[in-house]
Design a protein around this ligand. Structure first.
Ligand SMILES: Cc1cc2nc3c(=O)[nH]c(=O)nc-3n(C[C@H](O)[C@H](O)[C@H](O)COP(=O)(O)O)c2cc1C
Length: 499
């Protein structure tokens, strides 16, 4: 695990801020499980899939890994009745997160939020991002024009991400053309909290794309992709896609908008039409050359077909190196003094007189905040997984409520450590392993409550020694929230008996 962790990792429950795009047809259980198990976060691409298939794919991911993952849906490209059954399926399965794309449906966002789902909206402009935030999205994905598949906006990622970071108050993930560590490092530099990768993960062994599609990506040259509206069957009119050039984009297959439908392939008895948005999948037969060969602008940089975990490791390793961040493994192995120091002496100046006045020194503050961050991260992860373990049982809502709070405190502590010129700890409190070893959920609630009690004591000790008003205010709020959650858990854990 590398120290690329950002607050969005705590929200999603992953180790590194690399998200697999929910590519329709391509991102199925094998790929999603591989990415999530390797420390990233996978989304099942379930556009227009039946509730039955959604249940089946979710079960297959859960069979393969205990890590969290999400589901991608596209309301605009889905028949309304089917969309309702898809939503019911993800809600009943209590999936951790859902990504929505194309047009914004505030009622869908609201419904998923109310069901305790984390909602991500992929958008192509600042205005769409603001609308998604207003509708209640927890995270916005900025999709640049470089992206493979359907492309919502016309703005390059390097322009869109900083603009969205400046204008929105929710975490931003960057999508479009990112296939390596340089892309991840750049996105983090623009202020994104992580990246969403489609094409890079399509070109892995676990993806459900047909080998023809994978081969074409490996053969792609830089600058070769095409932005076109020619693949339109199954989608609202005027939706642009980015694909590799083929006989269709070169105009050799006739008029894309003629009424006649020509069948060029088949997927388990379903006809695949010329100009449709279907891309070649493993279980298809037909004229693959004429299908939509989705690819982002990064395709020209992809030269290998590794496993998804290897792709993730390469990207994270490269970014870690570029950003000069030590890996946890190294930091643990080496003498602590050799871990690079990211602070400059100027960072310490505002705190120079504090020790004399009885306030915590900057180093004490950083150590205390990082200790709390590790504990909150453990709390966020425990409650995320426990909410799922709880199913429909009495503890599910409690775990979910605490999880949202813990993730929020992680983000806040992360921000304060950075503001103090420190390096947010990437570690997970040992509490995590101990709590998850407890099978009985009532006992786990009691154990989590003891952990919350530990945080309360830490905060009570630290608060009187914090001089900065903003930090003091935030830690005070964190203390009150923990006290409230302890009372809530006590009520749920020991229900009152009738006399
Ligand atoms: C093959 C393929 C299928 C895609 N299908 C979907 C989809 O079903 N839903 C969605 O929200 N985005 C979809 N996308 C777009 C991704 O969400 C994301 O914006 C894009 O992959 C990022 O660009 P990149 O491919 O260059 O990494 C797809 C992309 C590709 C390459």
């Amino acid at each position: 695990m590398a120290t690329l962790r950002t607050p969005v990792c705590d929200l999603l429950g992953c180790d590194v801020p690399v998200v697999l795009a929910g590519m329709g047809g391509v991102a199925r259980a094998d790929l999603v499980a591989a990415v999530s198990a390797a420390g990233g976060f996978g989304f099942l691409g379930m556009v227009r899939e039946s509730a039955e298939r959604i249940h089946g794919e979710i079960a297959a991911v859960r069979e393969a890994t205990t890590r969290e993952f999400g589901v991608n849906l596209i309301p605009a490209a889905t028949d309304p009745d089917l969309l309702m059954s898809e939503l019911a399926a993800v809600i009943v399965e209590r999936v951790a997160a859902v990504t929505l794309f194309w047009d914004l449906r505030p009622e869908v966002v609201r419904r998923l939020r109310e069901a305790g789902c984390l909602v991500l909206c992929q958008v192509g402009s600042v205005r769409e991002g603001q609308e998604a935030q207003a509708a209640g999205a927890h995270i916005a994905i900025a999709q640049g024009i470089e992206a493979g598949g359907h492309v919502r906006g016309l703005t390059p990622l390097a322009e869109l991400v900083p603009a969205m970071v400046a204008r929105l108050g929710i975490p931003i993930l960057a999508a479009g053309g990112i296939v390596n560590g340089a892309g991840l490092a750049a996105a983090l530099g623009w202020g994104a909290q992580g990246v969403v990768i489609g094409t890079g993960f399509l070109a892995t062994r676990e993806s459900f794309a047909h080998d023809y599609h994978k081969r074409r990506i490996l053969e792609a040259k830089p600058g070769e992709t095409v932005h076109t509206e020619v693949f339109h069957v199954n989608w609202p009119r005027g939706a642009a896609v980015r694909v590799l050039p083929n006989s269709v984009t070169q105009g050799e297959r006739g008029d894309a908008f003629a009424d006649e439908r020509v069948v060029i392939g088949e997927e388990a008895g379903r006809p695949i039409h010329l100009f449709s948005t279907d891309s070649p999948l493993r279980n298809m037969t037909g004229d693959f050359e004429a299908m939509a060969l989705y690819a982002g602008e990064g395709a020209g940089l992809i030269k290998t077909l590794p496993s998804a975990a290897e792709r993730l490791d390469i990207i994270v390793g490269e970014a870690t190196k570029i950003l000069g961040i030590p890996s946890v493994a190294r930091a643990q192995d080496e003498d602590e003094k050799r871990v690079p120091e990211f602070r400059s002496p100027a960072c310490a100046l505002p705190y120079a007189g504090d020790v004399y006045m009885g306030f915590a020194s900057q180093d004490e503050l950083l150590a205390g905040l990082n200790e709390l961050l590790e504990a909150e991260r453990a709390g966020a992860r425990i409650t995320l997984q426990s909410a799922r373990d709880a199913g429909d049982g009495p503890f599910a809502d409690l775990f979910r409520a605490i999880q949202r709070d813990e993730a929020r405190w992680c983000a806040l502590l992360h921000g304060h450590v950075k503001a103090l010129g420190g390096n947010p700890s990437p570690m997970m409190g040992a509490f995590y392993g101990k709590a998850m070893a407890i099978g009985d959920l009532r006992e786990r609630v009691a154990y989590v409550n003891r952990g919350q009690g530990w945080v309360v004591r830490k905060l009570r000790d630290l608060l009187p020694r914090v001089r900065d008003d903003r930090l003091h205010g935030d830690l005070g709020e964190m203390l009150r929230s923990h006290e409230a959650n302890i009372s809530l858990a006590n009520m749920v854990e020991t229900p009152k008996h009738e006399n």
